[in-house]
Design a protein around this ligand. Structure first.
Ligand SMILES: NC(=O)C1=CN([C@@H]2O[C@H](COP(=O)(O)OP(=O)(O)OC[C@H]3O[C@@H](n4cnc5c(N)ncnc54)[C@H](OP(=O)(O)O)[C@@H]3O)[C@@H](O)[C@H]2O)C=CC1
Ligand SMILES: O=C(O)CCCC(=O)O
Length: 484
């Protein structure tokens, strides 16, 4: 049983037009704790017509919200930020219960999630237009920035809070309104954020949270011509479907999709720093982030030393239920996730890889998998091409810088890449040669609210966070005024 200081955060209804609503049919979706399968709660399985009510409410809310002064929207967002920070312990407890990540990591995510609201509350006040010198004296040319309108977000289970605020905060700051559909595994954190948004005084219809069957809800949101933009974080496969569903109404899109992040360790790297960077990048959220290192390319002359040290350090990572003190690796989200990890490891071993550490289910069973290091990994293995989304570090060997860059880029994905070298000239060559939206040099952690997050190739479209993130929610209007 989950005990929260503020029990109102544990919602079993959706936020539609300022009211907390269950499905008229009483249908609901059950939320389980991935650590033990226990019931955590349930949320409405809304019908398409109930989701359409949210779209109508958003349409009605857009005008008044967009006409508020940016400073007034900013103050409301700031209040939302303050409430999230004040309720961080409860939000983290909810998150750990439904998502599984260790409590300290969940609290870290709550603070990270809040940081987007704080940042965009400020950025909203800095949406500047332009005055363009006209080619003739009788005209004045002005560029106005205006909110896109009604927007929708479809978000994943791996970051139940941050993937919502990274979308909602710039949307609201820009003057847009947003309907959010969280993942079915982690809707409770999303609803709790809705409770706090309402408490902050954000008006009815400006932010709404709907839960239900993904295809049905997604169908309404993508099919509506009232919804002018969709922001999605999740798999590339679903991103493709949503992109095609948005085509008939020519919606604006932000897509933050799958990755296959390379992590390159050159022989001139600080080995200890590279090992720590590898742990931070690979084992965060038990390997379930789109920016997690997925392929380790290690230069031949240091391969054995790096593998041995990495295995030694990974062995020290405590695995367990996220509420237990000191745990760093929680369970995977569900049976499908475990099946994928097992299949990737089995495929690698069958094709000649060696298990240096782990490589099997953890003694806790369920969806706990041992943090794993594989050596002797080659390009014909599934781990080279597919995102494992689990705590498995496959180590490939390379000889030259050119080869490392070629191998790193040899994928349809292009989200995050990492490399370790102490050589400044090489650092520039490699950073520029990597076909990725984000590159970490001598670090395994790159995410924060002030930097542009996003990918190239089939990892997505658009950027979130940073001064660029708000542009995704703004339209440019050109005004030509004849004065002569
Ligand atoms: N880029 C990233 O951050 C993420 C990448 N992934 C990758 O995707 C793999 C699968 O994870 P999974 O959770 O299935 O990711 P999905 O892409 O299936 O889910 C992400 C979100 O999309 C929704 N969704 C799924 N199908 C549709 C649809 N047809 N129409 C509208 N919305 C839809 C989901 O809803 P619902 O939960 O209700 O089904 C969820 O809210 C992972 O193993 C990982 O490789 C996963 C999560 C995040
Ligand atoms: O996996 C994801 O899509 C969430 C991104 C995590 C981060 O912001 O670093």
């Amino acid at each position: 049983m989950l005990h929260l200081k503020n029990p109102s955060l544990h919602q079993d209804a959706c936020l539609i037009n300022g009211a907390w609503r269950k499905a008229a049919s009483n249908a609901h979706i059950v939320v389980h704790n991935p650590a033990n399968g226990a019931l955590v709660g349930h949320v409405p399985d809304l019908s398409a017509s109930e989701v359409r009510e949210a779209v109508d409410a958003a349409q009605a809310a857009f005008g008044p919200w967009s006409r508020k002064a940016a400073k007034e929207r900013s103050a409301l967002l700031r209040r939302w930020f303050d409430l999230i920070i004040a309720n961080a312990d409860d939000l983290a407890a909810l998150m750990t219960a439904e998502q599984g990540k260790p409590l300290a990591e969940a609290k870290g995510e709550v603070v990270y999630a809040a940081s987007f609201i704080e940042w965009f509350a400020e950025e909203g006040k800095r949406v500047y237009g332009d005055v363009i010198p006209a080619p003739t004296t009788d005209k004045r040319l002005i560029v106005l920035k205006q909110p896109v309108g009604v927007t929708a977000a479809i978000t994943p289970w791996n970051f139940p809070a941050a993937m919502i605020t990274r979308k909602a905060a710039p949307a609201l700051a820009a003057g847009c309104v947003m309907i959010i559909k969280p993942a079915e595994q982690t809707p409770l954190t999303a609803l709790a954020l809705g409770v706090l948004a309402q408490e902050a005084g954000i008006p009815a219809g400006v932010i709404q949270v709907v839960t239900g069957d993904a295809r049905e809800v997604g169908g309404v949101l993508t099919g509506s011509d009232v919804v002018r933009k969709l922001s999605f974080t999740g798999s590339t496969e679903v991103g493709r479907i949503l992109m095609s569903q948005c085509a008939p109404t020519i919606k604006r899109l932000s897509l933050e999709l799958g990755g296959n992040a390379p992590f390159i360790v050159f022989d001139d790297a600080d080995l200890e720093a590279a090992v720590e960077g590898a742990i931070a990048s690979k084992y965060r959220n038990a390997g379930q982030t789109c920016v997690c290192a997925n392929r380790f390319y290690v230069q031949s002359s240091i391969y054995d030393a790096f593998a041995a040290r990495l295995a030694e350090r990974v062995k020290q990572l405590p695995v367990g239920v996220g509420t237990e003190p000191g745990v760093l690796i929680g369970p995977l989200i569900d049976e499908d996730a475990i099946a994928k990890v097992k299949a990737h490891v089995a495929d690698a071993v069958e094709k000649g890889a060696t298990i240096a550490l782990g490589g099997k289910m953890h003694a806790l069973g369920g969806t706990f998998y041992e943090p794993t290091v594989l050596t002797g990994v080659t390009s014909d293995m599934r781990v080279a091409r597919e995102e494992t989304f689990g705590p498995v570090a496959p180590l490939f060997r390379f000889e030259t810088e050119e080869e490392a860059i070629f191998l790193a880029n040899n994928t349809e994905f292009g989200l995050a890449a990492y490399f370790f070298t102490e050589n400044a000239r090489r650092a520039w060559r490699v950073a520029e040669g990597l076909e990725y939206g984000m590159v970490g040099h001598n670090t395994g952690l790159i995410s924060n609210e002030v930097a542009p997050f996003g990918g190239v190739k089939q990892s997505g479209i658009g950027r979130e966070g940073s001064k660029y993130g708000i542009e995704e929610y703004l339209e440019i209007k050109y005004l030509c005024s004849a004065v002569g």
